[in-house]
Every structure is written in structure tokens, then in C-alpha cells.
Design a protein around this ligand. Structure first.
Ligand code: ATP
Length: 345
């Protein structure tokens, strides 16, 4: 298969296993974000793909070639790290041309490629500026252009945007994704920012404890989280305990949820229901009964906190669909079966 394949990739530091038996296929031209909490192993995995760390088990294939033991400089990669590592005493053009110069490209070739890249990153005409005179976002773009100068097969980025302020980071996420789509380059980004991952990725790889917990499109990760960790880590959600009767019909806090059936053999399970899928209504009519404890009006969205069965359920609505409730009031909670995701433990 063209693209990147990780086959049972494992990394042990002494007796500690940082990455365990990772299996992943990244088809050519796709954008993958590796996402997970601090220490989950995402940087270690990226470093192994880059050849900066040797796996202690498994193999790495790039376009069907086993590159597990190929040194970094022969892997045909472009890399950008959080620190950027631009040369401060060189101009923008000289920074971008650096890898071309090292490879012995002629001055004409260097100039042509630098001009192409400058226009690609919307910095045409900036070639002679010192990098020290650029804004954070512009420096970021120069680091990206330098990494792409040799037209690598694979583009690897580790927390590339985390030094930028929030507004600029959001703009750069869109820019990076558009650039990747234009070039069709296979790209892997490590991030701990789920909004960033959701914005850019074709595939989000959620990691925890050295394992991949789920690898799927952003919307699938959000709508169909594979387990409690993913459901809780991505966005906010209500994790609710359910029990099943003999025919598998599920109930929550003693109220049946019409239409929700647990997989056969399961007597209880945790379900995930996103706050925007919790529907509040008048109490009665078989709805789960709860008491409103707090209403948070954020202008664009309204969060209603409801206590039911000793647990807190959060419902989110838009101002137009605002539930007419105040703290202390009894409400009914309706969970449509199609919005309840039964989770693996
Ligand atoms: P962060 O978001 O904080 O960078 P991460 O998900 O990228 O975290 P890694 O840097 O891959 O996590 O580290 C995974 C685990 O491996 C951590 O527990 C870390 O302490 C450990 N680790 C990483 N490098 C080494 C090393 N060279 N020697 C020993 N342990 C290491």
C-alpha cells in the first residue's frame, strides 16, 4: 500500500513501555493527527516514524519499503517541531533554501524553489527579510516551507502551533490543512489540542497509555467513540450507567429508554450522550426525572445542569431552543436511542 504502515510498533525505555504494538495505516495523501494526554506516547511514536528513536519491536513501511532501520536523512521526510529551529542570522529565503544548498542544488534551482514555496505560504517578496523580523505566524510558515523544500514523501510535525496565541493558532490550522490538501502530501501531526485535530485531520488517532484507542475520522470519533476514554477525552459528554432487562432493553436511573437495546449478554453498560443530544421536557410521560441545579448562559449556547439519579447530566442548547427552566425546577430528560452510544469499557 502506498503511504505509511506501522506494524506492531513498540518502544520500551528499560522496563517501561512507552508505545505498545501500534498498528496503523496512513494512506498516501492523508492527514493524520495523533492526539492524547501528556505522556501517552505520541511524540515517541512520531520520533520512531522520523527515525530519531529505534523501535524495540515491529516495523515501519513507507510506500512498501521497510524503513525501520533507515537513518532519518535517508527517509525523505520533512519535519517541523515546536521550537521551529530557524536560523536567526539568515534571511527567510536563506532559511528555506538551506536544505537545497546542503543537497548541492544550483543557485537557480534554489531560487526557483524558494520563490515557489514563498508564494505557497503567502510570503512572496519576503525572501530577503531577516527571520528575526517576522511575526510568530510568519516564522511558522517559513519553518513549514523549509521542511517542504525537498518535496518529502512524508511531512511530520510535533506540536507545531502550540507556541502561537489562540487566534493565530486557529488561523494556522486552516492554513496548514489547505496547504496539505494542495500538495497532497502525507502528513502526521502530534497535538494535544482536540480542536486542532478535528480541524485538520482526515484521521484522528486517539492514544492513551502507549496504545491507540481509536483511529477514525473526526466526526466518527465524536459521534461513535469506541470507549469511555475516547468519549470523555473528545469534547464533553455525559457518561451514564445503564442496565438491561432480560430482553436487553436498557434503562437509566430506573426509567426505560424506549428503543435502546444493549448488545446481547450485557447486563449493564456505560452510554455516552453528547450534551447537545440531551432533550429537556416537562416531567412525566415516562421521561427520566431530574432537578435543574444550574443554568449557564454563555450567549451562543446555554448549558443546563440537571441532577438525576444522584448524577449530573448536562444539556446544551442554542438560545432559540432555550429550555424555559430555572434552578430548582423539576424537568424530564429524554434520550433518543440513536444518540446513545454504548461504550466498551
Ligand atoms: P507530551 O504531550 O507531554 O509530549 P507524549 O504523549 O508525546 O507527551 P512521549 O513524549 O511520547 O509522550 O512519552 C511517553 C512516555 O515515555 C512518557 O511516560 C515519557 O516519560 C516516556 N519517555 C519518553 N522518552 C523517554 C526516554 N528517552 N527515556 C525514558 N522514558 C521516556
Amino acid at each position: 500500500m502506498s503511504g505509511l504502515v506501522l506494524n506492531g510498533v513498540t518502544k520500551q525505555f528499560g522496563t517501561f513501555t512507552a508505545v505498545e504494538n501500534v498498528q496503523l495505516s496512513v494512506p498516501h495523501g492523508t492527514f493524520v493527527c495523533m492526539l492524547g494526554p501528556s505522556g501517552c506516547g505520541k511524540t515517541t511514536l512520531l520520533r520512531m516514524i522520523a527515525g530519531l528513536d529505534d523501535p524495540t519491536g515491529g516495523s515501519i513501511l513507507l510506500d512498501d519499503e521497510d524503513i525501520t532501520k533507515v537513518p532519518t536523512h535517508k527517509r525523505n521526510l520533512g519535519m517541523v517541531f515546536q521550537s521551529l529551529a530557524l536560523f536567526p542570522h539568515l534571511s527567510v529565503g536563506e532559511n528555506i533554501a538551506y536544505p537545497l544548498r546542503i543537497r548541492g542544488k544550483s543557485r537557480e534551482e534554489q531560487k526557483k524553489r524558494v520563490d515557489e514555496l514563498l508564494s505557497l505560504i503567502h510570503l512572496a517578496g519576503y525572501g530577503d527579510r531577516p527571520v528575526s523580523k517576522l511575526s510568530g505566524g510568519q516564522r511558522q510558515r517559513v519553518a513549514i516551507a523549509r521542511a517542504l523544500a525537498l518535496s518529502p514523501k512524508l511531512f511530520l510535525l510535533d506540536e507545531p502551533l502550540s507556541a502561537l496565541d489562540a487566534k493565530l493558532r486557529e488561523a494556522m490550522q486552516v492554513e496548514l490543512r489547505q496547504l496539505q490538501q494542495k500538495l497532497g502530501i502525507t502528513t502526521i501531526v502530534v497535538t494535544h489540542d482536540q480542536r486542532e485535530a478535528m480541524t485538520m485531520a482526515d484521521t484522528v488517532v486517539v492514544m492513551n497509555g502507549g496504545h491507540i484507542r481509536q483511529a477514525a475520522s473526526p466526526i466518527e470519533i465524536y459521534r461513535k467513540p469506541a470507549d469511555t476514554f475516547v468519549a470523555d477525552f473528545i469534547g464533553s459528554t455525559n457518561l451514564i450507567e445503564t442496565t438491561a432487562d432480560n430482553s436487553g432493553l436498557a434503562s437509566v436511573f430506573g426509567h426505560g429508554v424506549p428503543g435502546l437495546v444493549l448488545p446481547s449478554g450485557l447486563q449493564k453498560a456505560t452510554i455516552s450522550v453528547r450534551p447537545e443530544d440531551v432533550h429537556l421536557t416537562a416531567p412525566g410521560n415516562g421521561a427520566i426525572t431530574g432537578t435543574v441545579t444550574f443554568v449557564r448562559d454563555l450567549g451562543g449556547t446555554i448549558e443546563t445542569f440537571v441532577e438525576a439519579g444522584g448524577k449530573q447530566i448536562v444539556a446544551v442548547s442554542t438560545p432559540r431552543a432555550r429550555p424555559d427552566v430555572t434552578a430548582g425546577q423539576q424537568v424530564g430528560i429524554v434520550l433518543a436511542p440513536e444518540v446513545c452510544v454504548v461504550l466498551k469499557q
